[in-house]
Design a protein around this ligand. Structure first.
Ligand SMILES: Cc1ncc(COP(=O)(O)O)c(C=O)c1O
Length: 355
């Protein structure tokens, strides 16, 4: 520290900020940052802080990581945007190849790229609905999935995310989360008991055949860093398989080695049908993805159905920074049996077909 906090230059910028930036955009630390790297952020008055925030789990490979910076510099000097749907470029394909290699499961996969975590979650739900022909989406207590209209509906907590922003998207149903720390009969029971409660609610109040997707953060973030009890995720995944429900893992925050393995669902050998990915995927650049099983619905109803016009345009097209050791193909736990999943309800010939 070389000045009081906030220092004079930060105070000056805070005053300017108050005049033009919306009040709803909050700030945790009242200093303005001039540089960051090596786990440290330096403010405009020259004070240094250890960066525990990491942009909320975004700059997992480091702030201004040299490989990311040089890839971006090289790319933006070539072109900044074409829109992949108009004129494609190799970088988009490279990123999808890396996602195919890194995400759990050896089955055939597809990816589509977007701009934010919320956009990825919304698109995963669209894909699941198109795939199943059903509308209900099951989400969990304490869940956080973003701040767009559908993802607010999927998010559990009212304050600060939803208060006064409704009405919200329909067909979202909430069920209990395994919460070992607060589980009445003890943490060891929280996995199986919470799974049984969630499944019971789905069966009794919704009907499993009406459910398009079960959407879950394998470790909850904004909801209080809740690690579910052992057995909870595998039981839900199996229930989804048995009932033709798309199991979506929202790994926007837990993905890309944030929880000790490349993805949090790997701790219990769970292979999701779809994964929503963002944050650590691009070291601070606006990129997100849905990656998963190559469901027939990925090609319906039009070729533009899963696209975002500005997606990934600020992403280095030539060298994706998705951590990708050259020969590494994820050695995944056994792929879960999806033979019970139907590609379109009642359409046996389509079962498990690819594209
Ligand atoms: C689990 C989870 N899902 C979705 C989101 C939304 O991501 P974004 O803020 O990029 O829209 C977040 C953001 O914190 C998140 O933690």
């Amino acid at each position: 520290m070389i000045t009081e906090v906030p220092g004079p230059r930060s105070r000056e910028l805070l005053a300017r900020r108050d005049k033009v930036v919306a009040r709803g955009v909050s700030t945790a630390l009242p200093v303005f940052i001039e540089a960051a790297g090596g786990g440290v952020v330096v403010d405009v008055d020259g004070n240094s802080f250890i960066d525990f925030g990491s942009g909320i789990a975004v700059v997992s490979v480091g702030n201004a990581a040299p490989r990311v910076v040089s890839a971006v510099q090289e790319q933006v000097a070539r072109f900044t945007h074409t829109c992949f749907m108009v004129t494609p470029y190799e970088g988009y394909v490279q990123v999808c190849e890396a996602l195919d290699r890194l995400t759990p499961g050896e089955h055939e996969k597809r990816s589509a790229l977007f701009n934010s975590g919320a956009e990825a979650v919304e698109n995963a739900v669209k894909i699941a609905r198109a795939h199943t022909g059903r509308s209900a989406v099951v989400a969990f207590e304490h869940a956080y999935h973003g701040r767009t209209n559908l993802t607010m509906a999927l998010t559990a907590k009212n304050m600060p995310y939803k208060q006064s922003f409704g009405p919200f998207a329909p067909e979202v149903y909430r069920v209990p989360m395994s919460y070992p720390y607060r589980w009445p009969s003890g943490p060891e029971n929280s996995g199986p008991e919470a799974a049984a409660q969630a499944i019971d609610l789905i069966e009794k109040q919704l009907g499993a055949s009406q459910v398009a997707a079960v959407l879950i953060e394998p470790i909850q973030g904004e909801g209080g860093f809740v690690v579910p009890g052992a057995g909870f995720l595998p039981a839900l995944a199996q229930f989804c398989t048995d009932n033709g429900i798309v199991f979506i893992a929202d790994e926007v925050q837990t993905g890309f080695a944030r929880t000790g393995d490349m993805f949090a669902c790997e701790h219990e050998g769970v292979v999701p049908d779809l994964m929503a990915l963002a944050k650590g995927i691009a070291g601070g650049f606006p990129l997100s993805a849905v990656t998963g099983r190559a469901l027939r619905s990925w090609t319906r109803p039009t070729s533009e159905a899963w696209a975002a016009h500005s997606a990934a345009t600020r992403w280095p097209a030539r060298r994706p920074s998705v951590p990708s050791p050259p020969s590494r193909r994820r050695t995944s736990p056994p792929v879960r049996d999806t033979s019970a999943m139907s590609c379109c309800p009642g359409c046996a010939p389509c079962r498990n077909s690819i594209r």
